[in-house]
Structure formats: C-alpha cells, structure tokens
Ligand binder design. Sequence first.
Ligand code: GDP
Length: 179
Amino acid sequence: LPEYAFIGRSNVGKSSLINMLTGRKALAKTSATPGKTQLINHFLINDNWHLVDLPGYGYAKVSKSTKNTFQKFITAYFEKREQMICAFVLVDSRHSPQKIDMEFMQWLGEHQVPFCIIFTKSDKLKSKELDLKIENYEAEMLKTWVEMPQYFVTSANTGMGQEEILSYIEEINKNLKLR
Ligand code: GDP
C-alpha cells in the first residue's frame, strides 16, 4: 500500500494533526512533553493507504546520541521507502523558517523524495498574520527552490486543512491505481 509520511520538529503538532486527519482521538497520543513520539508508527487509513508517523526531529533537549538515533531511523526509512509516495513536512505557522526544516527539505530534495509542507496551529494567528507568515515562508523557500512546494494550512483545533490533505492523498492513490 502507498505510504504518506508525516514528519517535523518535536512539538510542531504532529500527533494532533494525525488525530485530526484520522478522526480517531486515541490513535496518536498528544503530549505537552516534546519528543515523545519515538518510533515509526504506521496507521492504516480507509483500507488503502498507510499514514507513517515518523519521529520528531530537532528537539534541543534530547541528547546527541538520541538525535543521531532518530536521524538514522528517518534516513533509513526514506532510503528504503519502496511504498513512500509523499512526505508531509510539518512546520509551525507562527515560526519563521527554521534552519533545521530547511536543511531537512534540502535533504529530501537531494534524495528525490517528493514532499509537501503542512503549516500547523494556524488558529493561533489572525488571518492577516497568517497570510504574512505564509508569504514570508514562500519567499524563503524560493531562495533555494524553483517553486513553492504544494502546501496546506491546517489547524488541529478547527479541522482546517483536513479535507484538503485527505483528498490530495486520495487523488494520488487513484492515479496510482490507474497506472
Ligand atoms: P508533536 O510533538 O509534534 O506530536 O505535537 P503535539 O500534537 O503533541 O502538540 C504539541 C502542543 O501543541 C500541544 O500542546 C497541542 O495541544 C498543541 N497543538 C497542536 N496542534 C494545535 C493546533 O492546531 N492549534 C493549537 N492551538 N494548538 C495545537
């Protein structure tokens, strides 16, 4: 089955987003303690694709060896990725582009891994601020990329972006079947 990977810095809102996408509250436990998602979890969605929950990266308070272990996990996953269709890189809507995210997307690009960007926690910004943040992010991306990748603006609190992401994935799955 096709796999779609979800990844981002710890505390970016990944567990909340996964819960929102799957509509199952108990599926991925959210926690106020960053760095809690430590293993790669697969969730079967609609019996036709797997949501892959990758460990959060870049949490400052984990040790170097923990960081390296995470990195190895993630690298190994993407290097095998036989069924991996697209990686969703989560970034916090409120933050300006972070070096670690930029570097990670660079790495995905170099390894020809298709990816999208998901802006999380958009409910925390007023709509004008949100637009500015996205514009700013896009401008930063365009310094190194020819075009802005496909992106989704989301909120786990309001459900914003849920439909868009799910139909994006289903659309790809449909085309995969036709191939
Ligand atoms: P993870 O470490 O990336 O899995 O992040 P979590 O999903 O555990 O979320 C980290 C914190 O951000 C928690 O306190 C969540 O309640 C909060 N959070 C996550 N998503 C949203 C969102 O869309 N809106 C708001 N306001 N808070 C969020």
